[in-house]
Design a protein around this ligand. Sequence first.
Ligand SMILES: Cc1cc2nc3c(=O)[nH]c(=O)nc-3n(C[C@H](O)[C@H](O)[C@H](O)COP(=O)(O)O)c2cc1C
Length: 136
Amino acid sequence: MVDNVREIKDGLFPFNGDELHQLSFLLNYAILAPSHYNAQPWRSRLSNNGLDIILDKQRVSRFVDPHSREAVISCGAAIGMIEVAAHYFGFAVNINYENTANSDLLAHINLAGHYDPSADENAWFHAIKIRQTNRK
Ligand SMILES: Cc1cc2nc3c(=O)[nH]c(=O)nc-3n(C[C@H](O)[C@H](O)[C@H](O)COP(=O)(O)O)c2cc1C
């Protein structure tokens, strides 16, 4: 991770690293996702099997989000950032969504071979670091 979360050096992506290091780098982009009340209600778990995205129930308000709906949508946004960033760096991703009724584990992510991003996808990637909610 970097000191200023928006100042990620894209050029430091570990092309020569293993999947664990590549997924770890992609988390730099995940944490820039929008989230309900800026709660950032996600946790991640990295292992040699890949990356788990987990709902952080401690960051979910039982008053404003009693069913964790907005929090799960926010985690979906974080997962989307990982997918967009992986595509930009030329990697396809496998995202296996879990049954959220039974567990806080939302998705398991692996890199999955080569991917050719479109011009639109590259533009989405560059938007990740400058995107901010505009209430106007
Ligand atoms: C599921 C979800 C619901 C949101 N609901 C609102 C909302 O009702 N009103 C609002 O002004 N912003 C809403 N936001 C935007 C968040 O407040 C915003 O993403 C957060 O403060 C972080 O700021 P950023 O998007 O600039 O990174 C929502 C975001 C998400 C992901």
